[in-house]
Design a binder for this molecule. Structure first.
Ligand SMILES: Nc1ncnc2c1ncn2[C@@H]1O[C@H](COP(=O)(O)OP(=O)(O)O)[C@@H](O)[C@H]1O
Ligand SMILES: [Mg+2]
Length: 260
């Protein structure tokens, strides 16, 4: 197997930048299905990092290990200086309030209104906020950020797919996360709606200076949003670079991503 160093056009250690996430040698198998075989990545403060991998390559497994929803077989995961495998439930829960996670699909609660969906994380993590917080103001601010203030009293079933995705993003934003993890933010959306979501992700990044990890197999999404990319192939970080750099690499496994 070729190493990243052999393929990657640049190996940029960026030692001057603050790491907010570091994953080292992550391994995860399901029986004989060896999904992650020593995956590495670092997310630096304020950047947009895209991880691209084809369907079934282990992107969601990696992100679930990262937030502690799934236990890795081995490897080290550090989030804002804390080794997540060493945290107890309470400490992990607290750390998670700094991490916004936009799940694949929108995962809104169908039986709750938009307002109730947005209030849910506030209630669940009330320790993070002042007792006297103005919940209504936070809900409206988050909805305004995604251009959907008028939907506050609607049910998810009354929203289009793109609107649901934006409400889910608002629900993530309401916690004022330092890191946002997006799992396939544009999947299942038409090209125009995808563009709107990508624009929204960029404006949120600018407004709140969050660090973002975006998982996708959508080349257009990667091209528009990434400052740096890592390609997940064969369970490892197969190649790393900017979109332009990677699109010029001749290695067939890298080329496969850019062929349209
Ligand atoms: N809970 C699980 N139990 C068994 N196998 C799983 C589980 N979750 C994921 N897998 C397997 O791991 C592989 C990677 O899945 P996933 O991370 O969801 O891929 P993707 O890159 O499309 O997000 C797939 O082969 C999938 O079947
Ligand atoms: Mg997935």
């Amino acid at each position: 197997m070729k190493t990243v160093k052999e393929i990657s056009p640049v190996k940029n250690p960026r030692t001057d930048l603050e790491e907010v996430i570091s994953i080292q040698n992550l391994k995860k198998s399901f029986g004989d299905n060896h999904v992650l075989n020593g995956f590495n990545m670092k997310l630096y403060k304020g950047e947009n990092l895209v991880i691209m991998g084809k369907s079934g390559s282990g992107k969601s497994v990696m992100i679930k290990c990262l937030v502690g929803l799934m236990q890795a077989d081995s490897g080290t995961i550090t989030v804002m200086g804390k080794n997540i495998t060493e945290l107890d439930r309470e400490a992990l829960d607290e750390l998670r309030t700094d991490i916004g996670f936009l799940f694949q699909g929108s995962a809104l609660y169908d039986s709750m209104t938009v307002r109730e969906n947005l209030e849910f994380p506030l209630r669940r993590h009330k320790n993070k906020f002042d007792k006297n917080i103005d919940t209504e103001a936070l809900v409206m601010e988050a909805l305004e950020n995604v251009g959907l203030a008028h939907t506050v009293d609607l049910m998810p079933s009354e929203l289009s797919g793109g609107m649901k995705r934006r409400v889910a993003l608002a629900r993530t934003l309401i916690m004022k996360p330092k890191i946002i993890l997006y799992d396939e933010p544009t999947s299942g959306l038409d090209p125009i709606t995808s563009k709107e979501i990508i624009e929204l992700m960029r404006s949120i990044q600018n407004k709140y200076q969050t660090s973002s990890l975006i998982i996708t197999h959508d080349v257009d999404c990667a091209r528009v949003i990434s400052e740096r990319m890592i390609l997940l192939v064969d369970g490892i970080d197969y190649a790393e670079g900017t979109f332009n750099e990677l699109s010029k690499v001749t290695d067939p496994k890298v080329r496969a991503f850019f062929k349209q």
